[in-house]
Ligand binder design. Structure first.
Ligand code: SDX
Length: 393
């Protein structure tokens, strides 16, 4: 607190003028999440990634014909320009896939510069399709690069999720059979990430889009915001945290004490939320499917038991209860991604693919709405009052 009496909270990114949106509704106290009015549990159980993408972007569920044409158009745009692939070889093999992803997406706009005018509805539709079609391909290339394997070409005979799985886990030298359990589990996880109101990365996409920047540049900015460990990077940080607890032998209780004592700024990653002061409904759905998915994949992972033990202890501890800290969407997702075979550093890339439709929907609200204004969060000035330069009276 400074002599002005303002607290640290005032230095947060507090946009006092609430930003209107019709895409997603959250009640943080009740743990409610609805996509365009539909409850998240009904959507995650019954829908598909592309059907939800259409719902978020256009506001209503698509007809069967609309969804069929949407799917077909996306399949026809999965190819990435051969020159763009050279970006991947220019980056170090140790590069984090999130840095690779944001670089490649930003470069994507250079291939379509004559078709990015946000005031041209045809270009807006075309670039939405291009973004949905090419992000999973670029993400798979980032994965292949990180493990030193050759890139595969998209298989347009496969649906969105199956094509993505084949691009990541297929190899040139042998046929790849998509595991239906893995496919359905990944589809459900992607749906759970598709939107979440005005979180940090979505607010970034809105702010950049409100300046008239195109979808590729705005999405690249959102990817960079998501990368942070307090946001999308948390799913990767949770696995690292669980691994450290296991490897150090310090035990869960001792770790929790360190968190409560704020030793070295340690946090219980995957816990807490800016909005949810109750159990994140997505975390509940992910936890429910974790056992089922790992069992169906024939994987048993002690880290899942460790996560459950950690949750049990935290939920019964006054320190977390008083601060209304509950598991968020990132707490259990990493264990499932790991069981699927994704390296830990790909977890936030998976989050980005999930969040893409929400980002595109919010980009439209911020740039297509005639009432939209350029984003400029209100500031609360708490700095020095007027004063003269030394020697100037
Ligand atoms: C996502 O916004 C979204 O919707 C995001 C997201 C989405 O779908 O887009 O839901 C995805 O980003 C989920 C959050 C993933 N991040 C993590 O899991 C990282 C760990 N969580 C924290 O860093 C934290 O909880 C935040 C950043 C998520 C939220 O922080 P808040 O609400 O600003 O809480 P705070 O910083 O005001 O903390 C209040 C108190 C503090 O203690 P005191 O100073 O009162 O003693 O709670 C403590 C904090 O130290 N606290 C934690 C904690 N989170 C808050 N203590 C230990 N572990 C934690 N995780």
């Amino acid at each position: 607190t400074r002599q002005t009496g303002y607290t640290a909270l005032d230095y947060g990114f507090v946009n006092t003028a609430a930003t209107r949106s019709a895409v997603t509704y959250i009640d943080g106290d009740q743990g409610v999440l609805r996509y365009r009015g539909y409850p998240i549990d009904q959507i995650a159980t019954n829908s598909t990634y592309l059907e939800v993408a259409w719902l978020l972007i256009y506001g209503e569920l698509p007809t069967a014909d609309q969804l069929g044409e949407f799917d077909e158009r996306i399949r026809r745009h999965t190819l990435v320009h051969e020159d763009l692939k050279r970006i991947f070889s220019a980056l170090p093999h140790t590069a984090h896939p999130m840095s690779v992803l944001s670089s490649a997406v930003s470069a994507l706009s250079t291939y379509y510069e004559s078709e990015t005018d946000p005031n041209n509805p045809e270009f807006v539709e075309l670039n939405t399709i291009r973004m949905l079609a090419k992000l999973p391909v670029i993400a798979a290339y980032a994965h292949k690069k990180s493990i030193g394997q050759a890139f595969l070409y998209p298989d347009n005979n496969l649906g969105f999720v199956d094509n993505f799985l084949k691009l990541n886990f297929g190899v040139m030298s042998e046929p790849y059979e998509v595991d239906p359990v893995m496919s359905r589990a990944l589809e459900r996880l992607l749906i759970l990430h598709e939107d979440h109101e005005q979180n940090a990365s979505t607010s970034t996409v809105r702010l950049v889009g409100s300046t008239g920047a195109n979808q590729f540049s705005s999405i690249s900015a959102g990817i960079n915001a998501l990368y942070g460990p307090l946001h999308g990077g948390a799913n990767e940080a949770v696995l690292e945290m669980l691994g450290r607890i296991r490897d150090s032998g310090e035990g869960v209780q001792r770790f929790v004490e360190r968190v409560k004592n704020k030793e070295d700024g340690v946090k219980l990653m995957g816990f807490g939320h800016r909005v949810y002061k109750n159990y994140d409904p997505r975390a509940k759905l992910v936890k429910e499917s974790a056992d089922e998915v790992l069992q169906a994949l024939g994987v048993s992972d002690p880290l899942l038991d460790l996560a459950k033990e950690l949750e049990e202890i935290a939920l019964n501890d006054d320190y977390f209860r008083e601060r209304r800290l509950y598991p968020n969407v990132d707490f259990y997702t990493g264990v499932i991604y790991k069981a699927m075979g994704f390296p830990t550093r790909m977890f936030t890339v998976l989050f980005a693919i999930g969040r893409l439709p929400g980002w595109l929907a919010h980009w439209r609200e911020a740039s297509q709405d005639p009432q939209a204004k350029i984003g400029r969060p209100q500031q609360l000035y708490v700095g020095a009052g007027e004063r003269n330069y030394p020697g100037v009276s």
